[in-house]
Design a protein around this ligand. Structure first.
Ligand code: PLP
Length: 356
């Protein structure tokens, strides 16, 4: 029986990469020396950093006028590093689309005034914004994919202030036009590699001098390893990026993710028991929340699925229900298997009802 995890993060990593990492764990440079024991200042580790950055630049088409920083502290630390580093007018605009946006807003408020924007959403899921509100601000912040709610941006607002994107749950899963953004940031643990690593892609003109503790200052990290980074996570991330390139890049990932999510949404549309919590164009390609409309039966399904090797199907603790995260490493077989198990649960539910 194949086992799959639909965890929202840390998420599944490609099996081939995990096997490779296991095989080389004790023999990175020489027999008996692990990557975990290797200096971040060594030549061999520098090769990993260089290759990691080159691969990311290739798959995301990141131009030279952007720097790529490898930090720690998760996407969460960026919620404060961004306003700290970019504040000039001390006024920021945030699009509020969900729980992660709200967390970013809360931290930004410590550094200036925050103007909130709410998207207008028509019946097809098309988004529009009143951008007259975005005036005299240092930047506009958006959360590209709402991991918890299972919604995504369909129309990126046109603005003349730097656009900052939290791409934690859709980076490398769908194409992102880097040049439209001032900063794109993401925790690694959903689509890039193990936890403990955060990538910040920043247009170089936004890196300014600021009176900040050295680690929190973007300038400290440009084109250099400022302090000991998350070496093991970077090593694995480099292998994941190689895997993505071998699979055909982000275009291929997006095609596969569309197919995977459509398979699940299509089943949810016709199911008599399960239903999707999001409709139309806004449906996320990577995080699919659904429910049986009864919390007791949602929990029973989670258990039913777990007994069949399908793990982490519970919704986020703040919203409940069920959720399947289908990041890059989830094969189409994992989605087919989920649908099969959902059908079996559905049948069992109706049979037991008939018996009453
Ligand atoms: C997971 C997630 C975060 C938090 O990431 P950490 O790396 O745990 O800080 C922030 N934003 C979004 C959209 C997420 O999905």
């Amino acid at each position: 029986m194949s086992t799959y995890t639909y965890s929202a993060g840390p998420g599944m990593l490609p099996k081939e990469v995990m096997q490779e990492v296991q095989q080389h764990l004790l023999t990175f440079e020489h027999e008996g020396i692990s990557i975990i024991e290797t200096s971040h200042r060594s030549e061999s580790f520098q090769q990993i950093v260089d290759s990691l950055e080159e691969r990311l630049r290739r798959v995301m088409k990141i131009p030279e006028n952007y720097a790529v920083l490898w930090l720690q502290g998760g996407a969460t630390l960026q919620f404060s590093m961004i306003p700290m580093n970019l504040r000039k007018r001390k006024r920021f605009a945030y699009v509020d689309t969900g729980i992660w946006s709200k967390k970013a807003i809360k931290d930004a408020r410590l550094f200036g005034q925050v103007d909130l924007l709410y998207p207008r959403i028509d019946e097809t899921g098309e988004m529009s914004f009143d951008l007259s509100l975005v005036q005299e601000v240092d930047y506009l912040h958006v959360t590209l994919n709402n991991t918890i709610e299972g919604t995504r941006f369909t129309d990126i607002p046109e603005t003349n202030v730097p656009l900052i994107a939290d791409a934690s749950s859709n980076i490398l899963a769908e194409q992102i036009d880097v040049e439209r953004f001032g900063i794109i940031y993401a925790g690694a643990q959903k689509n890039i590699g193990p936890a403990g690593l955060t990538v910040v892609i920043i247009r170089r003109d936004l890196i300014q001098s600021a009176e900040l503790p050295s680690y929190l200052h973007y300038a400290s990290h440009v084109d250099t390893l400022f302090n000991t980074p998350s070496t093991f996570s970077m090593y694995v991330a480099e292998r994941v990026l190689k895997w993505i390139e071998d699979c055909g890049g982000v275009e291929a990932m997006e095609r596969l993710n569309r197919k995977k999510s459509e398979t699940l949404y299509t089943f949810l549309e016709q199911s008599n028991l399960f239903s999707s919590l999001v409709s139309g164009k806004r449906r996320s390609l990577t995080n699919v929340p659904f429910t049986t409309s009864d919390s007791e039966s949602d929990r029973r399904f989670e258990q039913f699925a777990r007994e069949r090797g399908l793990h982490e199907l519970g919704g986020h603790r703040s919203v409940g229900g069920l959720r399947a995260s289908l990041y890059n490493a989830m094969p189409i077989e994992g989605v087919d298997r989920l649908v099969e198990v959902m059908k079996a649960f559905e049948e069992e539910t109706y049979v037991s009802h008939q018996n009453i």
